[in-house]
Every structure is written in C-alpha cells, then in structure tokens.
Ligand binder design. Structure first.
Ligand code: C2E
Ligand code: CA
Ligand code: CA
Length: 564
C-alpha cells in the first residue's frame, strides 16, 4: 500500500560504521527525523540489535569493519526469525559487495561516498515504509503549502516504486493551472496559495482512495503517479469542481496531461510525456485533458524537426506569403476591399506546411517574431508594388502574435515598415487575436492603443472564441471585429448561432465597429451575413489564400469592375 500516515514517536535507527566521520554524516542527515543510535563494529551492533529489536525500524550497516564485519551481521540477523524482520540498508563502495549483501537479505544499499542527503533520507524512509507499511512525514521531503512531496523526493520515490513494484503499473499525470501568474497578479498571492492548497488537499484525498503518490513543483505544477484510473476526464473535473467551490467568483482553469504506464518506461520519461501532453492543451478551455499516445509521439518528432529546420528555412527562403481577399458584401457585386497575409512554409521534404502546424510552436519559444517580421516585410513590399502598378492601394492585414506585443521594438518596427515602403499607416492593418487581449490585458491594451494612435487599423481576430465581455470591449482599442469561424460554420443549421451573429452585429454597431466574417464557404452563409448587415467577408466562397501572382488577378478583375 502506498499511503502516507503520520506517526507520533520518532523511529529508531541504528547506524553501524567503524569510521566516526561516516557516523557523523549519517547522524546529521537522520537526526532531524529519527532517533539514532550508533555502533562501531558488528559485535556492538549485534548487542544493540538484540537489546532493542522490538523498537528498531532500520539498520544502516557498513560492510567492512574490524572485529566483526557487516556480512557476519547479515548472517546472524538472517538466521533469527525475529531479527530478520528489521530491514537493513548496507553502506558500501563496491558493486560485488552490494549484490552479495542483497542476496543475504539486505533491503537496499547506499553507496559510499554518500549521495545527496535527500536521496539517503528518501531511501531510508522508503525502506522503513516498505517494512512497516507506513510512511514518515518530514519537512525535508514535503512542500509546506500542500504537504505533497517536493521534486527530488517525488522522483526518488517514483523511481523506487518503478523498480521494486513493477506490479503497480502506475500512470503519470501532470496538472497545471492556466495563467497561474495572472491568477496571482489579479487576486493576490494569498488567494493563489489558497488555490494551491485546495488542489493539494483534493489530490491527497484522491490518493487516500487509490494507490499513488503526488508532488508539487514550479508553483502550479502537480505530478501524480498513480494506478490507472478509469476516467481521467472525470478526475480532472473533480479537481476543477473543488477549485470552483473555493473560488466561485474567480475563473480558474485546470488542465491535465496523462501518460499511461508502459512497460520499461521510467518515471522521468513518463512525466516528460505527460507534461508535453499537458502543454498541448494550454489555453484550450473546452478540452483541457490530453492523454499521450503514439500520435503525439509523432507530433513531437515533427515539432522537433520543424524547430530544427527553422533557421535554414529563413535563409533558404522557404517561407512564402499567401493573400486571401476580403470582400465588401454590402455592394452589388461584392467588391475587393483588402486582404489578409497568411504564411506558408514550403518545406523541401515535408511539402507545404500550414501555419497551424508551426505558428503555435514558434509562439512557444519566441521564434515567432522572426517569422512575423518576415511576413510584415513581404506584405508591405507587395502593397507598395501593387500601389505603383495599379494606381490604388489595397490594404493588407498582417497577424500579430502574442509575443510581438511584448517586443519593445514593435512600434518602431512597424513604423519603419510603413515609411520605408512609402505607405500610409492605414494601408497595413493589424490582426490581434481576442485571447491575446484578454490574457494579459493591461500591457496589451497599452501597446495596441499606441499602434492605433499612430493610425494602424486594428482587427480583433477570432472574436467570440475568447472571453471579452461587452464592457471590456468598449474600452479596447479596436476598429474591426473578426468573427470567429465557428459561428459561421453552422449558421445555416443552427438558430442559436444565427442569433449569436445578430448579437455580435448589434454589439459592433453599438460600438461603431466594422465586422468581418471569416470562413465563409457557401452562398447560404453569404446571404445570411449580407442580410445581417455584416460588412466584409473572407473565405473559400470567394477565394482561398493565394500566392501573390494569382492574387494579382483578383486585383486586375477588380480594376475592370471599377472602370465599367
Ligand atoms: P487566422 O488568422 O484566423 O486565419 C484564417 C485561417 O482560416 C487561415 O488558415 C485561412 O486559410 C483559413 N480559411 C480562410 N477561409 C476559410 C474558409 O472558408 N474555410 C475554412 N475552413 N478555413 C478558411 P491558415 O492560413 O492555415 O492560418 C491559420 C492560422 O495561423 C491563422 O488563423 C493565424 O492565426 C496563424 N497565422 C497565419 N499566418 C500567420 C503569420 O504570418 N503570423 C502569425 N503570427 N500567425 C499567422
Ligand atoms: Ca488572422
Ligand atoms: Ca481568425
């Protein structure tokens, strides 16, 4: 049974070593948690053992000693039915001796020179627990806030379970709190502590009902190593419910990654995978659980590949920018109004890679700014080129990612982009996703407001997928709402989605904002949007994103309508 129980009286440990230094070192490590007695050789040890057999929880035994060595102690103890029950850890410097000692009944060994204190303590605790079916609580191995294990102890313990109890077949679970730093920043650290404590409590309750251990590290990362659970979604919901209970007013979102047990996979690797799974659902409030499988392994390999290939890709000009038109649908016929620049990666071996496969990856590690500024440059050059060639400006929107907003050179970079290409600010529009606004509100608002004050038009991308409330919206620096595609997808089928679109149109009108619908694929969708007074439409119905030369044909077509 893997279970924590606090016990009252300190347990008795006998340290047997002929060298005073070694006795001292072990004493320092153990005396905070145990009552420690000492012996200098095997003979003294046997006397102590016989005298206090009832009380002894553990013997730490050196093998090479004068008078009577450790092997002889092992032999005598092993021959006695009562004494045999006391676990012995041998202290040794040689592999051979270790094996022989284990064969003679030693429970474990500690190698000399001594390892890190925590490891020794962990081994000692582990062995006592195995022999007594109970577990010591000591400050050194626990996180004070949650009373879960700290990192070192957790992994030490996990490794032992893995080694000595393969029959458990334990799964690795990693729990994380979304945006925990914001939870702290917005509600105070005391509140943050309450949240962590509540989660820790619930995890401990859970562990009292099943077999497993848990630790907390990196503020809000909780690792659980437990026997397979029938329903991980329900388990995550259970933890989430607990947090909702303690803070009904503040939205706290948990996410969880699971790596199921697999023969021969060590805990550290198991937890690496579980963490990767957990990171994959970062920000995914609809589906905060990910169970690691072979697909993810493939995905990870691909991600690794893409990250490796990025530098070369920039140098070898494998990135290209496509343009997708936005049409004004309140005119008849609809007129080309602007375009969105969308990146494509023409990978020499993987073929055309879509941004969904690499943008989130590069956003995660800061490489995205390189890619984005490349796209901005390309787009600005094209706008200037078309302006010169066709005598009118077709504005192009570029995407800003979260990381860009935190780049102190952002404003000057964009300024430079406009002036060096002989453009006006309104010729380049900036798309910022709604979630970037809501995640780190104040800083983002400040930067975006600065850009807008310059004259850049700001489009809030994927509007409706995040959580901006109406009153927040009225204070946000925004010119255009870009409705999230998911609303459009079902407007022909679902009354509720139609009503949502009406609602968004009302909000936009009230705030004086234009609306773009994206992902429009059918005539039915288009007709509904036209009728709901939506201004602009982007989607396959008109055109998919196109390479610049193909896109140019749309400009030429537009010029023809103009002349007629
Ligand atoms: P987004 O900004 O929401 O871009 C719209 C996406 O919808 C594009 O996917 C586009 O090809 C696709 N789309 C357009 N019309 C339709 C339609 O009628 N039906 C459907 N089902 N899809 C349609 P894409 O190009 O794969 O881009 C995906 C996302 O990658 C973009 O979403 C954007 O968030 C990001 N992205 C693309 N280029 C860049 C870039 O240069 N920088 C940054 N930071 N992000 C970019
Ligand atoms: Ca966009
Ligand atoms: Ca979008």
């Amino acid at each position: 049974m893997i279970r924590s129980k606090q016990i009252q009286r300190p347990q008795l440990v006998l340290v047997v070593d002929d060298q005073e230094l070694n006795r001292d070192i072990l004493g320092v490590i153990l005396e905070d948690n145990f009552e420690v007695i000492y012996a200098e050789n095997g003979q003294e040890a046997m006397e102590q053992i016989r005298e206090r057999a009832e009380e002894l929880s553990l013997i730490l035994l050196d093998l090479m000693m004068p008078v009577m060595n450790g092997f002889q102690v092992l032999e005598q103890v092993g021959a006695d039915e009562e004494l045999k029950k006391i676990p012995i850890i041998v202290l040794t410097a040689e592999k051979e001796a270790e094996l022989r000692a284990l064969q003679m009944g030693a429970a474990d060994f500690i190698t000399k020179p001594f390892e890190v204190d925590e490891v020794i303590l962990a081994r000692v605790n582990r062995i006592i627990e195995l022999s007594e079916g109970r577990k010591l609580i000591s400050a050194a191995e626990h996180d004070r806030l949650t009373m879960l294990y700290n990192r070192n102890f957790f992994f030490e313990y996990a490794n032992r379970l893995y080694q000595y109890h393969p029959e458990y077949q334990l799964d690795a679970l990693v729990l994380n709190i979304e945006q925990f730093h914001s939870v702290n920043a917005l509600n105070g650290y005391e509140f943050g502590d309450d949240v962590l404590r509540a989660l820790g409590n619930e995890i401990r309750t859970f562990l009292s009902e099943t077999e497993g251990i848990a630790g907390r590290f990196e503020a809000d990362r909780f690792d659980i190593y437990c026997v397979h659970q029938p329903d991980y979604r329900a388990l995550l919901q259970r933890f989430q419910d607990k947090l909702n209970q303690i803070s009904p007013k503040v939205n706290i979102h948990l996410r969880m990654g699971v790596k199921p047990w697999r023969e021969g996979v060590e805990p550290v690797l198991l937890f690496d995978r579980a963490r990767a799974a957990c990171n994959m659902v970062r920000g995914n409030y609809q589906n905060p659980l990910m169970i690691y499988d072979e697909d993810m392994r493939m995905q990870e390999l691909l991600n690794q590949r893409l990250l490796n290939d990025l530098r070369g890709a920039v140098e070898e000009k494998q990135f290209v920018v496509y343009y997708q038109p936005k049409y004004n649908i309140q005119t008849d016929p609809p007129r080309l109004a602007s375009a969105e620049a969308l990146i494509r990666w023409k990978h020499p071996e993987l073929g055309m890679v879509h941004p969904g496969a690499f943008i989130p990856l590069f956003e995660g590690n800061g490489l995205i700014s390189q890619v984005d500024s490349f796209v901005w440059q390309e787009a600005a050059k094209k706008v200037a080129e078309w302006k010169k060639k066709y005598g009118f400006t077709l504005p192009v929107s570029v995407n800003l990612s979260r990381a860009d907003v935190f780049d102190p050179t952002l404003i000057s970079q964009l300024e430079d982009l406009v002036t060096s290409n002989g453009l006006e600010y309104k010729d380049i529009k900036l798309e910022v996703t709604e979630s970037a606004y809501t995640d780190n509100a104040s800083q983002v608002l400040e930067v975006i407001a600065g850009l807008r004050a310059k004259g850049f038009e700001i489009e809030m991308d994927d509007f409706g997928s995040g959580y901006s409330s109406l009153n927040m919206l009225s204070e946000m620096p925004v010119d255009v709402l870009k409705m999230d595609m998911k609303f459009i997808r079902n407007i022909e089928k679902r009354e509720t989605d139609r009503r949502l679109v009406y609602l968004i149109m009302d909000i936009a009108k009230y705030l004086g904002l234009a609306v773009v619908a994206e992902g429009v694929e059918t005539k039915g969708q288009l007709d509904f949007l036209r009728e709901s007074r939506c201004d602009l439409v982007q989607g396959y119905y008109f055109s998919s994103p196109l390479p610049p030369d193909e896109f140019e044909r749309l400009i030429q077509h537009e010029l023809k309508i103009k002349r007629e």
